[in-house]
Design a protein around this ligand. Structure first.
Ligand SMILES: [Zn+2]
Ligand SMILES: [Zn+2]
Length: 421
């Protein structure tokens, strides 16, 4: 039997790589244009990073982590998300001594979930983290960054949904109201949530179980329980978004059930033909660094699933065909000329061109077919008689016109003629 890739993973084959490279290039460019610097963390971490940084009792930690013990008996886990891992790295590097910190990552995450369209067990996330600013400007900045990134990819029908989930001042009263509601619907909750309710009713808000979702939809809303500070923060975010010309609406159904999430939570949704899909979610997590053992640091950020985004871009026809990967093809005839063709190809590469040379020794017809398939703009044809005169034929693949060019002049001639992006 042939070997298959594991369930919930995918191969990114050469034909798909240009789409990934385009999205990644836009992510790097837009994040850096906002002053965010890239951070990369290890693929595996000590399990405590996520037990403390995501939280015991969450679906991620209870059910979805790829945990293993290494040969030294250490409890390790494939990174299920990056926010806790990034905070761990910043603490370890004593990076919080100079604030604000603006970071982004493009990383793989691993979760044992039921695979579905755009949701894999190994998936890729583009995310940003802004640390050090407790005020609402940082929240607006990360939302603006998400919006700019999606806009740069051509997605325009975007809407920002905003909510506040309160903080340490106003959460106890909300928690009591939520608990009273959950108690009244205990029999409709899943077994996990009946257990979670006792320890932390907020965790129920994150449950994906359908019965639980129905109970949550009727639950009291955090917006009705905000203290004056939380209300002012939310209004500050809204004022900054208005100043930036970003339209938004409040949506009380967006929640995060983790203790260290505070105040702002948001989603960026894409709307098409009346249907909405969430492409990006984020929020403020002022209690995270504290939970990992550091001095408290205000932080806000978002995460965006790249596989899901690619599906949306594809549906919208925003991913062009595979761009040409080769500018010039170097063809040759006669058994001796292979090394000389390679030398010409090297000289052309040195002038910045993308070049493929013939290595199979095929017929000229087959070589030209290959050049056409590569969408090479130019073909250099090296024949025995031309070679003796120190020239090669330069063929323009669009006009089919050919001319003789001295071999040593090829880099200058082709370099100036080839289209660059
Ligand atoms: Zn549940
Ligand atoms: Zn509050």
């Amino acid at each position: 039997m042939e070997l298959q890739r594991p369930r919930g993973t995918q191969d990114i084959l050469p034909g798909d790589s240009p789409k990934w490279q385009r999205v990644e290039a836009v992510a790097h460019r837009v994040a850096q244009s906002f002053g965010y610097a890239e951070i990369r963390t290890p693929t595996f971490e000590h399990v405590d990073v996520f037990r403390r940084g995501v939280g015991d009792g969450t679906d991620i930690v209870e059910k979805e982590m790829y945990e293993f013990q290494d040969h030294g008996g250490r409890a390790l886990v494939l990174r299920p998300e990056s926010t806790a891992a990034v905070a761990r790295a910043l603490l370890q590097a004593s990076a919080f001594s100079e604030l604000p910190l603006r970071l982004y990552y493009l990383q793989r995450h691993f979760r044992y979930e039921r695979p579905q369209s755009g949701r894999l067990r190994e998936h890729t996330q583009f995310g940003v983290e802004a640390y050090g600013a407790a005020g609402p400007l940082a929240d607006a900045e990360v939302i603006a960054l998400a919006q700019s990134f999606l806009g740069a990819l051509g997605l325009t029908n975007l809407s920002v949904r905003l909510n506040s989930i309160g903080d340490g001042q106003c959460r106890p009263a909300y928690r009591a109201a939520l608990l009273a509601h959950l108690e009244g619907h205990r029999q409709d909750l899943c077994a996990d949530c009946q257990r979670r309710m006792e320890r932390n009713p907020l965790r129920v808000l994150d449950c994906k179980n359908e019965g639980c979702r129905r109970v949550i939809a009727q639950a009291p809303q955090t917006l009705d329980h905000l203290c004056a500070d939380c209300r002012a923060h939310l209004e500050g975010v809204e004022a900054a978004l208005s100043a930036l010309g970003i339209s938004f609406s409040r949506d009380a159904s967006i929640v995060r059930g983790l203790d260290y999430y505070t105040r702002t939570v948001f989603e960026v949704q894409y709307e098409n033909l009346g249907a909405q899909s969430t492409v990006c979610g984020g929020g403020r997590y002022d209690g995270l660094v504290d939970a990992l053992g550091g001095a408290p640091q205000p932080g806000v950020g978002f995460g965006l699933g790249v596989e899901r985004l690619l599906l949306t871009l594809e549906e919208e026809g925003l991913l062009e065909d595979r761009p040409a990967g080769t500018d010039v093809f170097v063809a040759w005839l006669g058994g001796e000329l292979g090394p000389e063709a390679m030398r010409i190809a090297q000289a052309l590469r040195a002038s910045g061109l993308r070049v493929e040379e013939e290595i199979l020794g095929r017929s000229l017809k087959a070589q030209l077919r290959r050049a056409q398939k590569l969408r090479a703009a130019k073909v250099v044809i090296l024949g025995p008689q031309e070679f003796l005169r120190g020239v090669a034929i330069l063929r323009d693949m669009t006009s089919s016109q050919q001319e003789e060019v001295p071999i040593e002049d090829l880099p200058a001639r082709v370099g100036s003629a080839a289209p660059r992006d």
